[in-house]
Design a protein around this ligand. Sequence first.
Ligand SMILES: Cc1cc2nc3c(=O)[nH]c(=O)nc-3n(C[C@H](O)[C@H](O)[C@H](O)COP(=O)(O)O)c2cc1C
Length: 202
Amino acid sequence: MVERRQLTDEHVALWREGCALLEAVGLREYDRGVSARVTDERVKERLKGTTIAPNQERVASAPLICLILGDLNGHNRLEGILDETVHAGLLPREVADVWFTMANGMYGSDPRLARDEAIRSGSLAAMTLMLAAGNRGYVSCPIGFNPVQVMEILSISDHYVPVMMLTVGRPAFGNNPRRARLPVDQVLAFNTSHDFLTLRIY
Ligand SMILES: Cc1cc2nc3c(=O)[nH]c(=O)nc-3n(C[C@H](O)[C@H](O)[C@H](O)COP(=O)(O)O)c2cc1C
């Protein structure tokens, strides 16, 4: 749960920090993550009705809800993004041209790959935003949701795929302690086959 307190003055700073971290991991190459902030109380109440788990009061009471969207047409915007990098002297024009042609060939001809990549990039964007929130003393929580309902409520264009809904706020008294995690030997295989791997690595 999050304490009910408006964060409005700090929203922008949070996103700026999240976006700076995104650039640090190189996501900007394809710029597929797009994000929306939800602060309107009535919209938050409606979003609460889209959650998979029942009674997700945290959605209605969170000062801020972040919805991370993947852009299925992100490659269309790549040219402008690469131009900025070229003009800044950070990338040779010939390399930018090769990247642009390659990205348009790959994503333009394969909607499934474009969707997978949008979800991959959006997931990284969400985790980065959660880390940025944590750095600023906030707590955040991913929320399972019905994407069709969310797209309708927020009038999201269908070239976006909703990747993650996050509640963000300040820690409230009485939050649950962190739950147990799987031990490393159950999630890591090193040069050997392992029960959880369908692909055997030798
Ligand atoms: C994809 C995903 C969906 C989640 N959906 C919900 C949710 O609908 N409601 C909720 O309260 N927490 C949800 N969580 C959060 C987890 O239940 C859990 O609180 C979180 O992973 C942090 O765990 P910890 O409190 O043990 O650190 C979700 C987490 C993930 C990764």
